[in-house]
Design a protein around this ligand. Structure first.
Ligand SMILES: *[C@@H]1O[C@H](CO)[C@@H](O)[C@H](O)[C@H]1NC(C)=O
Ligand SMILES: *[C@@H]1O[C@H](CO)[C@@H](O)[C@H](O)[C@H]1NC(C)=O
Ligand SMILES: *[C@@H]1O[C@H](CO)[C@@H](O)[C@H](O)[C@H]1NC(C)=O
Ligand SMILES: *[C@@H]1O[C@H](CO)[C@@H](O)[C@H](O)[C@H]1NC(C)=O
Ligand SMILES: *[C@@H]1O[C@H](CO)[C@@H](O)[C@H](O)[C@H]1NC(C)=O
Ligand SMILES: *[C@@H]1O[C@H](CO)[C@@H](O)[C@H](O)[C@H]1NC(C)=O
Length: 840
């Protein structure tokens, strides 16, 4: 093969590059890649594209500048006159080509070449290979017609005739021919840069027809790269074609020179690395290899471009909207201060198109007129060019119930409450959204209060407490209602809410006060009637504290209460009220007194009737005067008329007669016996003295001879007065003058009273019939001094006898041989003066 092709392949590379197709630099293959795969390229960069398989066949031996565009294969083909001309052909399926004698593409029919291969790899040509032979007999191959008997699986034989091609490998499947897998040899030739393996006759493709691409690695070996050529004639500037391949597995240093040794490449086919440009004479400079390498041959082929920074310019020298890119490269090695300005001044980006002010920044006022001095705005470099720092929301005081998030900003460099409030200030959640709404004592949960943020941080109890729990008003702000008192601990107590409310807090702060009526006022005091709506200043009343409040001094019984008859006042007692009450206080102030009958009265004294000692027991010293009075207890009395209303008249009459002790009819008077001696009463017995005591003024006593009558009491009793009731008729029979006698023993008698003056008598005795006289007092007589108390006195100490009438004298009598020390003792109202005498 002539070396031209390899040279041309090199050129084809350039063409392909120009056609935007480049070598695939497979990660797995060696850097210099076989020519059968090309890839569509984009300008400037090596990147993967759609794989393109060059058709197989021998055409590559006679072609340059091949490119394959879809189904169209074009290449410059060797002409009969050894010149090259571009020819194209359409490729169908796995068609293979060769260059015809006329210098054009023609299908590289496998048959002929296959036959050669068959021969070359020693297939027997007189028979059809394949496994069918083991189950056949009587085979006969005539030309391409195979006639044989095939054995079926049931052991029978079937006569079969088929047309075969040289490369057919047949198999017998139950008496029928099938094409077995094709032998690799049927490929004829491998794709570019590959040759059939030496043992290809024992190798098979995967299917009945070999696929030059899919079966390539099964059937073919790669040929050696031209790089292995050491025999190229460097004196003629021939070097190994680094993109080319030798004919066989190992390069033949002689035979392969024609395809592997190519002229060294010129610099002008190479693209310099960025920052470099080809030297002006690059087309004259030859690289040392068959291709120029941008890095290795950089300094050979390229020179550095000038950098814009070489120019004495800055962005200020660029027109508006452009920036001076000092890193940019000038067109040539030397920057031109005129022509390169257009290169170095590059379109800048307007702030409003290229940069969104980041969080916390706001566009400058003339944002739309500001450019980032760069192709693109970058936040790092241009933030402060385009934007101003926004004022932080914290410049606004949101006030109670709002909160701010950190890292929030106002819409401008200064906060404007009107505009920024709504996004700077967030409403905090209401305390009522908290689940746990308990507050400690002394605090109340304010549902309307707001937390520090939204939602409330319910995990932070202490914050919630500080915010949502408000101090309650102390109980001391509440005035307990009338009838209530502060609880004793009220200084440490609080109302429920921030304001004390009588309804809800009364029970919290106050106790029901004890009413004064629960206080027992104690001795000498009585509940103050005006304190009926007064309460002690505590839950219970205390006598020491509250007595003045609830009580008044009670009137002392001794002063303010008069005990009734039969009772005696009780010392140091007080009425049970501010005013003593006869009924209520009797048993408080008084005790039943002992009747004076317990006191033995001395001589000439009688026990006062119905009188009680001035104490519960009688004491002589105290009660003697009280219980005993001058008087005489007598059992017998005698009324003796001495003249009648009709003077000198003798018929005396009287309806009833009464004796009194202390104005009361004497005790036992109803059992008194009335009698007369002598008597001159009517014989019919109807007007006997007994009528005087019957209490019936219709009955009367009458005596024709003005005899008197006697009364005998059941027991001796003192009397102090008497009265009688006039008879029913005949006033002339009324006694006007009379005597009343008394006797203790019906032996010794004494005059108790005597009327001797008619005028007095008539004033006492009414003329009206059956009408009572006034009570007439008697004169109290005296007993003679008791002999037992006077030494040597006579048994009867008075000459006048044992009984002495009022206003009469006693003449003392001593025993014989003795003389009284006085001559007379006067009896007046039962009292002797002197009351004693002595005998000497
Ligand atoms: C541009 O370059 C020329 C030649 O080097 C020089 O004379 C001229 O002053 C330069 N102009 C400026 C503006 O630098
Ligand atoms: C600025 O924001 C707008 C709206 O979100 C967006 O469409 C645009 O791409 C952003 N520009 C930059 C440079 O990020
Ligand atoms: C704040 O904003 C309001 C409404 O946009 C405007 O009327 C007012 O003048 C602004 N105040 C200041 C101090 O800029
Ligand atoms: C006190 O509490 C009651 C019951 O809760 C309520 O009806 C009343 O309005 C409250 N009074 C005041 C002054 O708040
Ligand atoms: C308390 O006493 C006064 C005066 O005696 C009387 O007017 C008032 O009705 C009494 N109040 C009660 C509750 O008993
Ligand atoms: C006086 O009394 C005594 C004692 O009772 C008696 O013995 C005496 O006889 C009495 N004398 C006269 C004169 O009665």
């Amino acid at each position: 093969m002539p070396w031209h092709w390899a040279t041309s392949a090199m050129a084809a590379t350039a063409v392909l590059l120009a056609l935007q197709v480049a070598l695939v630099l497979s990660e797995y293959a060696e850097p210099l890649v076989p020519g059968e795969q090309w890839q569509k390229q984009k300008p400037g960069w090596s990147q993967r594209g759609a794989a393109v398989n060059l058709p197989g066949g021998r055409w590559t031996n006679d072609a340059q500048d091949a490119f394959f565009d879809g189904s169209r294969l074009c290449a410059r083909l060797r002409q009969p006159d050894t010149s090259f001309k571009t020819r194209c052909t359409h490729v169908i399926a796995d068609q293979t080509f060769r260059v015809s004698a006329a210098g054009d593409f023609e299908p590289d029919g496998a048959s002929e070449m296959l036959y050669d291969e068959y021969v070359r790899i020693d297939y027997p040509t007189d028979m059809v290979p394949g496994s069918w032979q083991q189950s056949s007999r009587n085979s006969k191959l005539q030309g391409s017609i195979l006639e044989t008997e095939l054995q079926r699986e049931d052991g029978t034989w079937v006569q079969t005739i088929t047309s075969v091609l040289h490369w057919h490998f047949l198999e017998n499947i139950d008496g029928t021919f099938y094409i077995q897998r094709a032998p690799c040899a049927s490929l004829g030739v491998c794709v570019y840069s590959y040759v059939l393996k030496l043992d290809a006759k024992d190798l098979y493709c995967t299917r009945a027809v070999c696929d030059p691409i899919k079966d390539r690695d099964q059937c073919c070996d790669r040929v050696e790269s031209c790089a292995a050529m050491t025999s190229c004639d460097r004196s003629q500037s021939l070097v190994p074609d680094l993109n080319g391949w030798c004919r066989d597995r190992a390069c033949d240093q002689i035979l392969d020179q024609d395809i592997c040794c190519v002229p060294a490449a010129f610099c002008d086919g190479m693209q310099c690395l960025p920052g470099y440009v080809l030297k002006l004479n690059a087309h004259e400079i030859q690289c040392p290899q068959s291709m120029c390498f941008p890095e290795g041959d950089r300094d050979l082929c390229c020179e550095q471009q000038g950098v814009c920074s070489d120019l004495p310019y800055s962005s200020a020298d660029c027109p508006v909207g452009k920036w001076f890119n000092s890193d940019s490269l000038c067109a040539q090695r030397q920057c031109n201060n005129v022509t390169d300005l257009g290169i170095c001044c590059q379109p800048a980006m307007r702030c409003d198109l290229g940069l969104n002010c980041s969080h916390g920044f706001v566009p400058k006022a003339d944002y739309e007129q500001i450019y980032c001095l760069a192709p693109e705005c970058s936040e790092t470099d241009h933030l402060l060019v385009c934007c101003d720092a926004a004022a932080p929301c914290s410049d606004i005081n949101c006030g109670h119930g709002y909160y701010q998030l950190s890292d929030t900003y106002c819409g401008s460099t200064e906060c404007n409450v009107t505009e920024d409030f709504s996004h700077c200030c967030l409403r905090s959640a209401e305390c009522s959204t908290l689940q746990d709404q308990s507050c400690p004592y002394g605090y109340w949960f304010d549902h309307d209060e707001r937390c520090l943020r939204d939602p409330c941080d319910s995990n932070d109890r202490s914050t919630a407490l500080n915010l949502c729990c408000k101090p309650s008003e102390p109980c001391s702000s509440l005035t307990c209602l009338h009838g209530f008192v502060y609880k004793t601990t009220y200084l440490s107590l609080t109302c429920l809410l921030d304001e004390c409310n009588m309804t809800t807090d009364l029970g919290r702060c106050c106790d029901v006060a004890a009413h004064c009526d629960t206080l027992s006022c104690g001795h000498g005091f009585t509940p103050d009637p005006l304190a009926n709506d007064t309460y002690c200043p505590a839950t219970s009343c205390d006598i020491n504290r509250d007595r003045d409040l609830c009580c008044e001094a009670a009137p002392e019984c001794a002063v303010a209460f008069t005990c009734p008859h039969g009772y005696t006042s009780w010392p140091d007692t007080y009425c049970d009220g501010v005013v003593c009450d006869d009924t209520r206080d009797r048993d408080i102030c008084c005790r039943p007194a002992m009747p004076c009958t317990a006191v033995a009265c001395p001589t000439n004294y009688v026990t006062r009737f119905d009188t009680y000692c001035r104490g519960v027991t009688c004491e002589i010293v105290r009660d003697l005067d009280w219980c005993c009075e001058r008087g005489m207890a007598l059992m017998y009395y005698r009324f003796l008329p001495t003249d009648l209303r009709l003077a000198g008249y003798t018929v005396v009459q009287m309806s009833d007669f009464y004796l009194y002790n202390q104005q009361i009819v004497v005790e036992g008077f109803d059992q008194a016996i009335f009698y007369c001696d002598p008597c001159d009463t009517p014989v019919n017995g109807r007007e006997d003295p007994v009528n005087l005591g019957d209490g019936n003024s219709e009955t009367k006593w009458l005596d024709y001879s003005r005899n008197g009558f006697y009364v005998k009491l059941p027991a001796a009793q003192p009397i102090f007065s008497y009265s009688f009731i006039t008879g029913n008729d005949e006033a002339i029979r009324d006694p006007i003058l009379w005597q009343l006698w008394g006797s203790p023993n019906d032996v010794d008698w004494v005059i108790l009273h005597e009327i001797t003056d008619r005028t007095l008598g008539e004033s006492i005795v009414p003329t009206a019939r059956a009408t009572s006289t006034l009570q007439v007092s008697i004169e109290v007589p005296c007993f003679a001094p008791t002999a037992s108390h006077i030494d040597n006195a006579a048994n009867v100490t008075c000459e006048e006898g044992d009984l002495l009438r009022h206003n009469t004298n006693c003449t003392p009598v001593c025993q014989d041989g003795f003389t009284p020390n006085i001559d007379a003792i006067l009896c007046q109202n039962g009292e002797l003066t002197p009351d004693i005498f002595s005998c000497a």
